[in-house]
Write a protein that binds this ligand. Structure first.
Ligand SMILES: [Zn+2]
Length: 80
């Protein structure tokens, strides 16, 4: 595994479901379902990367990691 590799989406299992659904998804606020693909992504929330629904994240070509869509668009708007 290299530093530039983008992690594949994680599939929610029962253990993750139980721990993640205490707070739900940081991006949409909804609970996760068993089998949902999730990714570790940066976003506008406090405290660093969180697991969110994969379809709510985009891959940042600069960092190679995932960023929550709204956050990514905001950043792009500011910079570019
Ligand atoms: Zn979500």
């Amino acid at each position: 595994m290299t530093a530039t590799a983008t992690p594949s989406p994680t599939i929610i299992d029962l253990e993750r479901l139980n721990s993640l659904n205490k707070e739900g998804c940081a991006a949409c606020g909804h609970k996760f379902n068993l089998g949902d693909p999730v990714v570790m992504a940066c976003g506008a929330w406090e405290g660093g990367p969180r697991l969110i629904h994969a379809y709510e994240a985009v891959r940042d070509p600069v960092s190679g990691g995932y960023v929550e869509k709204r956050c990514y668009n905001t950043r792009r708007g500011r910079i570019g």
